[in-house]
Design a protein around this ligand. Structure first.
Ligand SMILES: C[S@@+](CC[C@H](N)C(=O)[O-])C[C@H]1O[C@@H](n2cnc3c(N)ncnc32)[C@H](O)[C@@H]1O
Ligand code: SF4
Length: 371
């Protein structure tokens, strides 16, 4: 039996946030039932292709899974349990927005086996939430955490964002303080990626908002890491921090290049050495939930590059022994020139069988050296 992860994409949101280019549609309530039925069809079809697998983690993400009506998440989770062999202690995560999570939904989720919830706060400051066009306030976040705990879900992650226009370190510090007050087990602190074709991108282009300078972003990132560490949240990936033992198993599988199957609109998969993705078009998916696009078999070169890219994101770093085991060649020999250059400018360190990034603020540049 091999252990794999499952990802289920819920491509619906109440409204679109100004910075987001994830696959999600608004005003689509009339498609909710049909979408869940299509997901169940896809789950059944795919389960026949992976007979010798056991499911270690399930992640229902979005979009906004909590927007679905009562009973929807358990319908999806139960259909997975019917079609796949889900291990007893599987990590089952659902993403929630603070304004659409109710106590009834939290109870329903807990009953069907959901044991981890990730709640998107992004910022506690009203003005910043307005710039981001988030349809909630900090109080909604506090209520959502309360509902989860009342329902018996204690493994809770909070998403916050840094590097926002008009955001300074004191805003981030306030947000962190408020998140700490809610006793969550995990915090993701994402640096804003200004995506083209988003309203925020246009607003920045037109001069309505200014992005923080690189220096300011790095300063805020470093202070965020320090503050989190001081409050018991250990960094295990560039943007992810958790109390000891509460790392996201689902994401760790992804960063270790473990296999995963994605269901739903726009979901990605990597299974048996093959990558594929689902259509991003909702109507196409509803018509035929069994359509794999861009099927690509991994090559030795693509596998090596992915391994480097994903493992350098983690705090542990790239395991040199694991690289040799997987690719039958030595990492230092393969990339001697690049390693020497990065060692010289103190961007990485080689220690105890691991290659670790010393300057996470320029991670993308470091990774580019190997490509
Ligand atoms: C795609 S959302 C789904 C969860 C939920 N809908 C929410 O917004 O809280 C997952 C997380 O991705 C992050 N995210 C989305 N767009 C981003 C961007 N352009 N830059 C950085 N982080 C982003 C946000 O922190 C968000 O919580
Ligand atoms: S709620 Fe989440 S998924 Fe939906 S638009 Fe906002 S950031 Fe994107």
């Amino acid at each position: 039996m091999k252990g794999i992860s499952l990802y289920i994409h819920i491509p619906f949101c109440k409204s679109k946030c100004s910075y987001c280019n994830f696959v999600s549609y608004t005003n689509c309530e009339k498609f909710f039932d049909k979408y869940i039925n299509s997901l169940i069809k896809e789950i059944k079809i795919r389960s026949k292709e992976c007979k010798n697998c056991e499911i270690k983690t399930i992640y229902v993400g979005g979009g906004t899974p909590s927007i679905l009506p009562l009973g929807s998440i358990s319908k999806i989770v139960n259909s997975i349990k019917k079609s796949f062999l889900v291990v007893e202690n599987a990590e089952i995560t659902v993403e929630a927005n603070p304004n659409s999570l109710t106590l009834e939904k939290a109870i329903e989720w807990q009953k069907c086996g959901v044991n981890r919830v990730s709640v998107g706060l992004q910022a506690s400051n009203k003005k910043l939430l307005k710039i981001l066009k988030r349809p909630h306030n900090y109080k909604d976040f506090e209520n959502a955490i309360c509902f989860l705990k009342k329902a018996g879900i204690y493994n809770i992650s909070a998403d916050i964002m840094i590097g926002l226009p008009k955001q300074n370190w004191f805003d981030v510090r306030k947000t962190l303080k408020k998140v700490f007050k809610n006793y969550v087990t995990h915090i993701s602190a994402y640096g804003l990626i200004l995506e083209e074709n988003t309203p925020l991108f246009d607003e920045v282009k037109k001069g309505k908002y200014k992005m923080p300078s690189d220096n300011k972003s790095v300063m805020i990132y470093k202070k965020t890491c320090k503050k989190l560490e001081k409050n018991g949240f250990l960094q295990y990936e560039i943007s992810n921090f958790s109390q000891k033992g509460f790392e996201s198993k689902h994401n760790l599988n992804y960063w270790n290049r473990g296999e995963f199957i994605g269901f739903g609109v726009g979901a990605f998969s990597f299974f048996d050495g093959v990558h594929w993705e689902n259509t991003e078009q909702l109507n196409q998916y509803l018509k035929n939930p069994n359509n794999k696009l861009n099927i690509e078999k991994e090559t030795l070169d693509s596998a090596k590059k992915e391994f480097i890219m994903l493992s350098l994101r983690t705090t542990k770093g790239l395991n040199i022994f694991e690289y040799t085991k997987r690719f039958k060649t030595h990492f230092i020999k393969d990339y001697e020139k690049q390693i020497l250059k990065l060692l010289k400018n103190r961007s990485i360190v080689v220690f105890d069988g691991y290659v670790k990034v010393l300057k996470p603020e320029i991670l993308n540049l470091i990774i580019q050296e190997f490509f």
